[in-house]
Design a protein around this ligand. Structure first.
Ligand code: PAF
Length: 282
């Protein structure tokens, strides 16, 4: 695996790969890699000739400075995992390389209100930061396919919207959520969970699955309320359980009038904010 390469070196290498007729798959990450990320690398490996992974803890998408500081950084371990999975290039840029002085890298798009739903209410400016960095990374890497996880449902929906609006020549591939044995969605944040809280964290997925099982007898509002009750156990504080139209991300009033329905949640588990989702209908 080639690593710690500069922007211009990476771009030259990728141009060479493209000139040889090779397809390039790209997995953007913020590091602290786990099996969820590895499933994206595997999928990229299956679908593309060359796999590029980036590790960049993007400061512009953190609303809390303390959250940015606490974000786990495990480069050595991450590199071992990437090598094991057969990643071809690791792009681990500095903040200055991504946001060079004087270069206009702002992205002018209309997110059609997608950024104001769910996470948007709790993390102002977060998605603008995500859009900015993913756009910049795509501009550098120029992959044929971009691989992102379903766990960040709102994130991949917004990125798809950006790709469509800007007519970017890349296909977004969304990979299913990887879960621990008790159903907890894999996340870099899980390693910060207090052990007692971790033992109970399966309640998130359990409550979402409960909705899927009982949705025929309930309205979305009733289902959300019940799931919030289920998750309100000592140490846990649900921020929202929202049942949405999977395209517009807007909350729905009835299950029957929508073909693509997803339940999304954000819950404080002790000091750690977790998110999860489940497709109820597609
Ligand atoms: O999902 C993430 O890890 C980040 O939001 C991403 C897509 C790498 C952009 O910084």
């Amino acid at each position: 695996m080639k690593r710690k390469i500069k922007v211009s070196t990476l771009q030259k290498a990728i141009t060479k790969e493209h000139n040889k007729g090779k397809s390039v798959g790209f997995v953007p990450t913020m590091g602290a890699l786990h099996e969820g990320h590895m499933s994206l690398i595997k999928m990229a490996r299956e679908q593309c000739d060359v796999v590029v992974c980036s590790i960049f803890v993007n400061p512009t998408q953190f609303n809390e400075k303390s959250d940015l500081k606490k974000y786990p950084r495990t480069l050595k371990q991450d590199m071992a995992m990437l090598i094991e999975e057969g990643t071809d290039y690791l792009f681990h840029p500095s903040v200055d390389e991504i946001y060079p002085d004087g270069e206009d890298i702002s992205v002018e798009i209309d997110l059609n209100g997608l950024d104001r739903q769910m996470e948007g209410a709790f993390r102002p400016g977060h998605f603008e930061g995500v859009v900015q960095v993913v756009h910049r990374l795509l501009d550098i890497v120029k992959p044929d396919k971009l691989f992102m996880g379903q766990k960040d449902f709102q994130q991949f929906t917004i990125i798809q919207n950006m790709i469509d609006q800007l007519k970017m020549p890349v296909d977004l591939v969304v990979c299913p959520i990887m879960r621990e044995e008790d159903g907890l969605a894999m996340s870099s944040r899980n390693r910060r969970l207090d052990p007692d809280i971790r033992k109970k964290a399966g309640i998130l997925n359990k409550s979402l699955k409960w909705i899927k099982k009982n949705m025929d007898e309930l309205t979305p509002a009733q289902a959300s309320k019940e799931a919030i009750n289920k998750m309100t156990i000592p140490g846990f504080k649900p921020e929202y359980v929202t049942i949405i139209n999977g395209k517009t991300l807007k909350p729905i009033r009835s299950f029957e009038s929508h073909d693509y329905v997803v339940v999304c949640t954000a819950v404080w588990a002790g000091e750690v904010r977790l998110i999860d989702n489940l497709i109820l209908k597609k």
